[in-house]
Ligand binder design. Structure first.
Ligand SMILES: Cc1ncc(COP(=O)(O)O)c(C=O)c1O
Length: 401
């Protein structure tokens, strides 16, 4: 009888030879991380202004996250399924409800899944009001909602969609600044929901204006449709508010969360108000892993930390500092044409391609992401310090010189 031996991982193999080629990972092989820095196998240290694409809000090796993982492990309940009740998911759902507009929470495993659930719940609600015809989703130009068939259908990236059509039918895109196109896209007989990211992330770090969000809310109400906010990237403290919508004073019917929720473990959540939740029946939606005891326990710890007023105040203050330093940088760099963002989510809009800038920053020991062709995106851990920001600005200045 043969036994399956654990593979001996060579550095070159670990870089991904057997991993399906859907990614083009950068060259360094990362082996360790602490605080706001990651270390490669050659002993080089990098300052992280990506945080696992907005996931590692508390940085790396956070003592509270580690303790939560260890405590959850000691119960023996890593997973049990939603056939049975467990305490951590119920407690986390209550925390999210207490902190938001929502009355109920559905747990899943990623941002795209949270949006798929949102679309199903919106359709379920809409069916009670207008039958099958009332199924359409209105999404915004520049949007990104994920890579599954429904989420991708609502993502304004024709090139990303093209190889996989047909996608979920019934999605209409509107320009957020064009009130007339919004009016033309909506119809109470057809529209189930409008979906928007209060701060568009992948679409180039573009905060929507309060007037646009208010118009979306009014348009949804006028057309008997729901308003969904996708805060997978901009939610959970990233803008310096627990939820981005709170700074706008515009309240959605459904809110989706993921990235930082469980401290780096995979978790998504779809928050619903009572009028949507009461249309959902057992069996309408499900996922094996959603809201498992381990992830839910860790998420409760992360949420409690991020929701502290002092934590959020610090994010806002550091965000203002980063904003000011980026403006200074832009003033001395001809290739930077705009600086936009919110909290600790910023985009440097360039008049040259962003990917070579990100590659040059990596060479100097700074991790930054891109958002589209010409935007360098900065998503540092929310526990970053002012001196880390100074260090990042100095490296960006060298790169952009
Ligand atoms: C706003 C937004 N929605 C949804 C997603 C998809 O999340 P996931 O990659 O966890 O499926 C992302 C990912 O970047 C996102 O930024």
């Amino acid at each position: 009888m043969s036994t399956l031996a654990a593979p001996v991982i060579q550095p070159s193999a670990a870089a991904g030879s057997a991993v399906l080629g859907t990614y083009r990972p950068a060259a360094p092989l990362f082996v360790r991380a602490d605080g706001v820095r990651v270390h490669d196998d050659a002993g080089r240290t990098y300052l992280d202004f990506v945080s696992g694409i907005g996931v590692n809000a508390l940085g790396y090796g956070d003592a509270g996250v580690r303790a939560a993982i260890e405590q959850a492990l000691s119960s023996g309940l890593i997973h049990l399924s939603n056939l049975y009740r467990t305490e951590p998911a119920a407690a986390l759902a209550q925390m999210l409800v207490d902190a938001s507009f929502a009355d109920r929470v559905f747990f899943c495993n990623s941002g795209a899944e949270a949006n798929e659930a949102a679309f199903k719940f919106a359709r379920r609600w809409a069916r009670t009001r207008g039958g099958e015809a009332k199924h359409e989703i209105v999404a915004l130009r520049n949007s990104f909602h994920g890579r599954l068939f429904g989420a991708l259908a609502a993502t304004d990236r024709p090139a990303m969609q093209a190889p996989f059509t047909p996608l979920m039918p019934g999605v209409r895109f509107v320009d957020p600044d064009d009130a007339a196109s919004l009016d033309a896209a909506l119809d109470p007989a057809r529209t189930a929901a409008i979906i928007a990211e209060p701060v568009q992330g992948e679409g180039g770090v573009q905060p929507l204006s309060p007037a646009v969000l208010a118009r979306l809310r009014a348009a949804a109400d006028a057309n008997d449709a729901l308003l969904i906010f996708d805060e997978v990237q901009c939610g959970l403290g990233r803008t310096g508010h627990l939820f981005a919508y709170q700074a706008y004073g515009v309240v959605p019917d459904i809110l989706t969360l993921a990235k930082p929720l469980a401290g780096g473990l995979p978790m998504g959540a779809t928050l619903l108000n009572a009028r949507v939740a009461e249309t959902i029946q057992p069996g309408d939606h499900a996922t094996t892993f959603g809201g498992g005891p381990l992830v839910a326990s860790v998420a409760a710890t992360v949420l409690a930390r991020i929701a502290e007023p002092a934590f959020l105040l610090r994010v806002r203050e550091l965000g203002e500092y980063l904003h000011a330093r980026l403006h200074e940088l832009a003033a001395g760099c001809a290739s930077v044409v705009d600086v936009r963002g919110s909290g600790l989510m910023w985009g440097l809009v360039l008049d040259v391609p962003a990917a070579p800038v990100a590659a040059a920053a990596l060479e100097r020991g700074l991790l930054v992401a891109t958002a589209g062709e010409r935007v360098v995106r900065l998503l540092p851990p929310l526990v970053i310090g002012a001196s880390d920001i100074d260090e990042a600005i100095a490296m960006l200045r060298e790169v952009l010189a």
